[in-house]
Ligand binder design. Structure first.
Ligand code: 6R9
Length: 658
C-alpha cells in the first residue's frame, strides 16, 4: 500500500448518531474520559477493569509489579481460572444461549449452548487428567477449526495446562520444533480435516514430526475422529472418544495465579527460530474481554464472527476466549472463503444473521477480485442487512479495499474497526471504537484506552506528529507478552532494546501519526519479518529452510508487494552447482518450493525463485537486501552501489524463472 495515499486520504466517516447512542463507549467525550482516567491513575484504571470484568477466586491486592522489568507482573497475588471465566460464570445466567454456531466445510451446522460447551470442556478436561499431566505442563494442539479446537484449549485452561496451538498449515518439521521448544508432553490432533471439499490428512504430520526426533517427552497423542481417514496407529495414541468415554462431564476448575501462563504461541521474528510468545491468564483475558466490549461493542443479541483460525493469535483472543468470556454467540467456520464459491462468507452472514464480522484484508482483496470476475458471488447478491459492524486485522488495509468493504459489505452503514495489534500485545492496541472514532480509510486511527502507544526515533525520543518513526508502547499493559519461552534474553533484546532506553516496548512496525488528528498509519515492519496474507514469516526462517536443502549454497529472501496477499516471498538462491537455466531451473524451483513447504508450511513457499552465481554483497560480505527488494519489484537500481563487491551479479538476479 502506498503510505502517501493514506496520508493524503481526506475522506472521513463519522459514526451515526444511532450507533453512538447505543455503543458501549458512546462518543468522543467518553473516549477522552477513559484515556484521561488511565493517564491520571494508570494502575487504578486497569485494576478497576480487572475487578469489573474478571471473576476472581482470590482477589488481587497488587496491580502491577515492575521489580524485574521488563518482566512485568499484573494482578499477581490474585487467583482465578480462565475457563471458569468463560463458561461457569454463565451457567446461572445464560445456560441455554448459543455459544457457538459451527458451520462445516460441507455447510452443515451445529449449535452448542453455553451449558453444552461447559460440559464438553469439563469432560475433555477430565479425560486429559488421566494422562499424567500436571499444572504447567505444555500440550500441543494441532486441530482443524472446529468446536473441538476450542474445547481442547478451554479444557487445558481449566486444569492449568499450557496449550500451544500449531496452525494446521504448518509442516511436520515446524511441529517438531515447537514440540521440542515447548517440551510438550501431549499432542491433541485429528485424523484429518475437511477443507474446500477435500479430505486432508493431519495426524500423519504429527507422526512424522515426532519421528524426526527429540520428542521423547511426548507421552500421549490424543486423536479426534473427524474424517474417518485411515491413519497409522502407535502405542501412545488414544482416541478422543475413548479418553472421555468413562469420565463425568463436570470438572472443578483449577485455580491458578493471575500470572500463570495460559498459552504459548509461536510466531516469527527477524532472526532464528520462531519464538514462543508466552501469555498470562488474567491480564490476557482481561484485554480480550475489554476489546470485545469496546472495539466490537458486543451486545447481548449480537452474532459475532471472527474468521481467524485458532492457530493464530486472532483466533485465540477473538474465538477461543474473548467471545466466550463475554457470553456472546459466535460463528466458527471449518472451511475456506472460496468453497463452494467465493460468496461463502456473504452467504454465511446472511444465513446466520451475523452482526459483527471480523476478517483480514487479504481475504477482502481476494473476494474483491472474485466478485469482479464472477459477479454472482458479489456481496450485493446476499442479504447482509444483519451486519452492524466490521473489523479488519493482520496487515494494513489499503484505502481501496477499505472503501469496497465499507460500501459493498457494510452497505455504507457499518463502521470498520481496523484493529492494529500483534501476537505479543494479546489484543487490540490501536483501533477505532465504533461509537467514537471518525474513520479514515487505511488508518487504524487512535490508541485503545489505557494503551500508551506512540512513535519515537531511533533513540527513543518522541517524534512530532506528521513524522514517521518506530511504533512503541511506553507503559506495560495487562495483556502483554510475558517472555519468550526458554529465551528471556531474546525477549529483552527483541522488545526492550537498550537503544531505546530499555524501558519501552518496540513493536517492530514503522508508523506515522497524522499531523492534525493524531491518527496512526502503520507503515509496515521495520525488521526482516514479512506479512504474507496476514501471516508473519521471518525471512531468516525461509533462508535457513532453503540452505538446508542439499542443492543450495546460499539464499536471501525478501518481500515484494502483492495485490492480494499484501506481500509475496521472493528468494534469491545460489546453488552449490552451476547456475541452472531453462527446464533445469524450473525443476529446481519446483523442488525448492516443495522443500520449503515441508520445512515450514505451504504459506512460506517462495512465489518466485531467482538464481545467481552469487548474491550482491558489500566488500565486508553483507548481503545488500535493499537491492534485492528493488530487483524483486522489477525496478531499476538507482541508488549508490559503489560499496557493492560484485555488481555484475545484479543482471542475473533480474531473471525470474517462469
Ligand atoms: C493480530 C496479528 C502482527 C503484525 C504487526 C503488523 C501487522 C496487524 C494490522 C497490521 C497494519 C493492522 N498488522 N494488524 N498492520 N494494520 N490493522 O496480526 O498478529 O500475526 O503477530 O502480526 O501484523 O505488522 O506487527 P501477528
Amino acid at each position: 500500500m502506498s503510505i502517501e495515499s493514506v496520508l493524503h486520504e481526506n475522506r472521513v466517516f463519522e459514526p451515526s448518531a444511532e450507533f453512538v447512542k447505543n455503543a458501549n463507549v458512546s462518543g468522543m467525550v467518553a473516549y477522552n474520559q477513559l484515556c484521561a482516567e488511565a493517564a491520571a491513575d494508570y494502575e487504578g484504571f486497569w485494576a478497576k477493569l480487572a475487578r469489573e470484568l474478571l471473576v476472581w477466586n482470590k482477589p488481587f491486592t497488587k496491580t502491577l509489579n515492575q521489580d524485574n522489568a521488563p518482566f512485568y507482573k499484573w494482578f499477581e497475588d490474585g487467583e482465578l481460572n480462565v475457563s471458569a471465566n468463560c463458561l461457569d460464570k454463565h451457567l446461572n445466567t445464560i445456560p441455554n444461549k448459543v455459544a457457538i454456531i459451527f458451520e462445516g466445510d460441507d455447510g452443515n451446522t451445529q449449535e452448542v449452548t453455553y451449558k453444552d460447551l461447559y460440559h464438553r470442556v469439563c469432560q475433555f478436561a477430565n479425560g486429559l487428567k488421566k494422562l499424567n499431566l500436571s499444572v504447567g505442563d505444555r500440550v500441543i494442539i494441532y486441530l482443524p477449526m472446529g468446536i473441538e479446537a476450542v474445547v481442547a484449549m478451554q479444557a487445558c485452561a481449566r486444569i492449568g495446562l499450557i496449550h500451544s496451538v500449531v496452525f494446521g498449515g504448518f509442516s511436520a518439521k515446524s511441529l517438531n520444533e515447537r514440540i521440542i521448544d515447548a517440551g510438550a508432553k501431549a499432542v491433541i490432533t485429528s485424523d484429518g480435516q475437511f477443507r474446500g471439499g477435500k479430505t486432508l490428512p493431519l495426524k500423519s504430520a504429527v507422526d512424522e514430526g515426532i519421528t524426526m526426533g527429540g520428542c521423547d517427552v511426548i507421552e500421549k497423542v490424543v486423536v479426534l475422529k473427524k474424517t474417518g481417514l485411515d491413519i497409522a496407529w502407535n502405542s501412545n495414541n488414544i482416541w478422543w472418544h475413548d479418553l472421555i468415554a468413562d469420565v463425568t462431564d463436570t470438572c472443578e476448575p483449577v485455580m491458578v495465579s493471575a500470572e500463570h501462563p495460559l498459552f504459548l504461541l509461536y510466531t516469527s521474528g527477524s532472526t532464528g527460530k520462531p519464538k514462543g510468545v508466552q501469555h498470562s491468564s488474567a491480564g490476557y483475558l482481561l484485554h480480550a474481554m475489554n476489546t470485545m466490549r469496546w472495539t466490537f461493542d458486543i451486545h447481548e443479541n449480537d452474532v459475532f464472527w471472527c474468521t481467524a483460525d485458532v492457530g493464530w493469535i486472532t483466533g485465540h483472543s477473538y474465538v477461543a476466549y474473548g467471545p466466550l468470556a463475554m457470553g456472546a454467540t459466535q460463528i466458527i467456520f471449518e472451511g475456506i472463503p472460496t468453497y463452494p464459491n467465493a460468496g461463502r462468507f456473504w452467504q454465511m452472514i446472511e444465513k446466520h444473521k451475523v452482526s459483527i464480522f471480523y476478517t483480514a484484508p487479504t481475504a477482502i482483496r481476494s473476494l474483491i477480485k472474485a466478485s469482479e470476475t464472477t459477479p454472482e458471488v458479489a456481496p450485493k447478491n446476499y442479504n447482509l442487512s444483519s451486519l452492524r459492524l466490521l473489523g479488519s486485522v493482520g496487515e494494513p488495509i489499503n484505502p481501496e479495499a477499505w472503501m469496497w468493504y465499507f460500501e459493498n459489505v457494510g452497505g455504507g452503514r457499518c463502521p470498520i474497526a481496523d484493529t492494529f495489534w500483534q501476537t505479543e500485545t494479546g489484543g487490540h492496541v490501536i483501533t477505532p471504537l465504533p461509537g467514537v472514532t471518525p474513520l479514515v480509510p487505511g488508518s487504524c486511527t487512535l490508541p485503545f484506552p489505557g494503551i500508551d502507544i506512540d512513535v519515537v526515533d531511533e533513540t527513543g525520543k518522541n517524534v512530532p506528529w506528521g513524522t514517521g518513526g518506530l511504533l512503541v508502547i511506553k507503559k506495560p499493559w495487562p495483556s502483554m507478552i510475558r517472555t519468550i519461552y526458554n529465551d528471556p534474553e531474546r525477549y529483552k533484546t527483541s522488545y526492550y532494546p537498550v537503544d531505546l532506553g530499555g524501558k519501552i516496548y518496540l513493536a517492530g512496525d514503522g508508523a506515522i501519526r497524522d499531523a492534525k488528528t493524531g491518527n496512526f498509519t502503520i507503515m509496515g515492519r521495520i525488521d526482516d519479518v514479512l506479512n504474507v496474507s496476514g501471516h508473519r514469516l521471518g525471512t531468516m526462517e525461509i533462508e535457513s529452510a532453503l540452505v538446508a536443502n542439499h542443492l543450495v549454497a546460499e539464499a536471501a529472501v525478501v518481500g515484494k508487494p502483492h495485490d492480494v496477499k499484501g506481500e509475496s516471498v521472493v528468494a534469491y538462491v545460489v546453488l552449490k552447482g552451476p547456475r541452472p537455466e531453462g527446464d533445469e531451473a524450473k525443476k529446481i524451483v519446483a523442488e525448492l518450493r516443495e522443500w520449503v513447504g515441508k520445512e515450514i508450511g505451504p504459506i512460506a513457499k517462495p512465489d518466485e525463485i531467482r538464481f545467481g552465481d552469487n548474491l550482491p554483497k558489500t566488500r565486508s560480505g553483507k548481503i545488500m537486501r535493499r537491492l534485492l527488494r528493488t530487483l524483486a519489484k522489477g525496478e531499476e537500481i538507482t541508488s549508490d552501489i559503489s560499496t557493492l563487491d560484485n555488481p555484475a551479479i545484479l543482471e542475473q538476479l533480474k531473471e525470474v524463472v517462469k
